[in-house]
Design a protein around this ligand. Structure first.
Ligand SMILES: [Zn+2]
Length: 201
């Protein structure tokens, strides 16, 4: 990571940070490596219709603690999961899968939903005739959220899925204290982008 590692997040971002957009860098591999069962994605635009479906195995090529598949699904290691359990980080469930070469990883599932403020910062594709969703929504990273003040402790996700087709996914969000905890553990590959109050920046 760039910058002085001794600086805490609150020193790096002294303004009113509401939380952080949580993700990882490229880990290789696709969540939809194989064709999913009927009904999981829209056959016309590819938007994900069934968030609960997950593959049992996908081939990854990463040594990072946090990474993202090419189709924007966040993946973490057992080390990361254990750190969350040790701290009882709320709002998150982890789903184990095989990542090839005898390695296991986890998908991150945040159940708590935060509403985005999309005002004039996002671009939308046409509505898909088959599923009614926008074919793409871009410009939302890091997202702007409705309301004000800090996000809830632990993990949340956005109500909007950003991106296009099968790579359209909600964004994961964590609060500032959890971000500082993750910083202290120096997870490899982690990306944390500050979320500011709407109307700023
Ligand atoms: Zn569609």
């Amino acid at each position: 990571m760039a910058g002085n590692p001794r600086k805490t997040r609150s020193e790096l971002h002294p303004g009113p940070v509401r939380g952080y957009c949580f993700g990882g860098y490229d880990g290789g591999g696709h969540f939809f490596d194989e064709e999913p069962p009927a009904g999981v994605v829209c056959p016309a635009c590819g938007s994900v219709l069934d968030d609960a479906w997950r593959p049992a195995a996908i081939a990854l090529n990463t040594t990072k603690d946090v990474c993202s598949t090419y189709d924007n699904v966040t993946v973490v290691t057992e080390r990361f999961v254990e750190a969350c359990r040790a701290r009882e980080v709320p709002g998150v469930t982890f789903h184990r899968f095989s990542g090839g070469r005898n390695r296991h990883y986890y998908f991150v599932d945040a159940s708590r939903v935060l509403e985005c403020d999309l005002r004039d910062r996002s671009r939308f594709g046409d509505r898909c005739a088959a599923c009614g969703q926008h074919e793409y929504i871009v410009g939302g990273v890091p997202p702007w959220l409705q309301g004000s003040g800090p996000v809830p402790a632990g993990f949340s996700r956005t109500d909007v899925a950003f991106g296009s087709g099968r790579a359209r996914r909600p964004l994961l969000i964590i609060d500032a204290q959890t971000a500082e905890y993750f910083d202290s553990l120096r997870f490899r590959g982690i990306s944390l982008m500050p979320i500011l109050e709407s109307g700023e920046g």
